[in-house]
Design a protein around this ligand. Sequence first.
Ligand SMILES: [Zn+2]
Length: 320
Amino acid sequence: MPSAVPPRSRFAVPQTLKRLLLPSWNRGHWFLRRVVEIAEAVLRRRFERCDVCGRATPVVHRAWVIPPRLVELWGLSTELASALAHKESDLCVWCGAKRRGRRLARTLLDLYPAGASARPATSIAAWIRDPAIAALDILEVNAVDGLHAYLSRMPRAVATEFDADAPAGAVRNGVRNEDLTRLTFADASFDLVVTSETLEHVPNLERALSEIRRVLRPGGRHVFTTPLMPGVPATYARAGVGSDGEILHFATPIRHPGGDVGYLVFYEFGADFPSILAASGFEVEVRYGPPRDEDLAQVFVTRVPRPLTALPIATTARRT
Ligand SMILES: [Zn+2]
């Protein structure tokens, strides 16, 4: 009668060793790759001063962040794929901020100059220490690489992530769950909303913009990045959600890298995108724009107009 216990594999020891050594091997591989990337940046003399952490840094470029399959499905030219890779990498080696994160940072420093009485802050690291800036109510929807580490130190900043399976507004492991199309915050709760590469992934753009406008105070701003390809004349939905909650596809489904299976793109934004933002009740500004084949890292700034105040003019003639 055969034994119920399987015979001890003669490979058991090497496999155990492999399990023990694998983390060290992965760490070594990661470290080696970082050294090569930084050496390449130094050799190519790619240096910048990072607007997020304030340090001088070699700029690490990673062409591979835009996979060939995405290039093919999205129909990107070589030039657009390259511009997208610059936007999605060109990392600060100190804080990990990508090019788009550093441009968001520069935009915040310009729009909210801190330390006006002395020298204006030149990095987000210094900016968050200013009392006037620390008093801002900031909503960061989905952590922005590099920037999040600093915004999360601000006493009045709220960071959220989206988990379709968790209740809206619930806090799990210190992270608040929020759906951008039905935020649980009260009206006029924030001075500033920051998002980065998020709007294209919401299934209902109109509701998301309406919600952002609702939670902002008059004069409040939404500062964000999102893909906008030159040569797309009008914004269109690549996908939507049917009445039963099923995903409907109106164009080739594309997913941006991230998460377990990537993030489905619901909207392809086009040249009319600023007018769509304006139609949602915002004043609109596009920084680093317009989108060009060689530069896709624009920053959008939308602002809730302040209500007009009545002019101090009497409605009846005053007799003297
Ligand atoms: Zn940095």
